[in-house]
Design a protein around this ligand. Sequence first.
Ligand SMILES: Nc1ncnc2c1ncn2[C@@H]1O[C@H](COP(=O)(O)OP(=O)(O)OP(=O)(O)O)[C@@H](O)[C@H]1O
Length: 238
Amino acid sequence: MVLSCEDVSLGYEGKPVVEHLNFRLEQGDYLCILGENGSGKSTLMKAILGLKSPMQGMLVRGEDLKANEIGYLPQQTVTQRDFPASVQEIVLSGFLSKRGMRPFYNKEERKIAQKNMKRLEIEPFMKKCYRDLSGGQQQRVLLARALCATSKLLLLDEPVAGLDPRVTAEMYELIQKLNREGITIIMVSHDTQAAAQYANKVLHVSDKPEFFDSKEAYLKSAIGRQYADYATTREEGV
Ligand SMILES: Nc1ncnc2c1ncn2[C@@H]1O[C@H](COP(=O)(O)OP(=O)(O)OP(=O)(O)O)[C@@H](O)[C@H]1O
C-alpha cells in the first residue's frame, strides 16, 4: 500500500469541503482526480502532502513512504512562470526538504539531478534561466524537480494546464513512462480523456458520495458518462 484514505473529511474553519473520502492506492497505480472547480482537489493534495490535517478520518502513508518523499508538481501561477533562477537550481531545489540544515547540495544529489534532467531531456538548457523557457519546457523542469524528491509517489496538480495539444501529449507520455518505471501517480485534472487513456483508477470528488473505483468502472458510471459528455460538449463549443 502507498496511500490509504480512510473516511477523511477536509475543510476550512470548520466547514467541510470534502467529506467521508475513502480510497487506497498500491505501488504503480495511476490515479486521476477529477471534479468541478472548487470541489476540493487541491485541498486533498495539501492533505496528502501533510500540509493540512483532516477534520476527521485518517490519511495513512505506506511504511516506506515518508512525507518528504513525495514529489509534487504544483499548479503554476503567472508569477512562478517568471521565476529568475536557472533550470539546474530549480531541479536541485527538489532536494530542499531532505537537505535540512546542510548549506549545499551533496555530490549524490547533484548526480541524481543530472540524471533527472537527462531523463526529461532538459539537460541542454540546464544553465538557462527558467523564465526564458516555453511553458512545456518549464513543466518538464518542475517534473524533474519533483523526481528529485521521490522515486515512489508523484502528485501532479493540473500538469498540462495552458499547454498546446502537442506538448500536452508529450507531457502525458512522459508521465506514463515514469508510471511504467514503477512510480505511483496522482494527477489532478479536468481531462476525462486523459483519465480514460492513462489512469487505472479514478476519484471524482464533486459527486456525493465521492466516486472511487477503477477507470473502467468510472467510464461506465453515471457520473463518469455525464462528466465526459459535458467535457466533449464544452470542447465542441456547443
Ligand atoms: N485557504 C483557504 N481558506 C478557506 N477556504 C479555502 C481555502 N482554500 C480553498 N478554499 C475553499 O475550499 C474549496 C475547495 O478549494 P480547492 O482549491 O481545493 O478546489 P479545487 O477542486 O482544487 O478547485 P480548482 O479546480 O479550481 O483548482 C473552495 O470552495 C475554496 O474556496
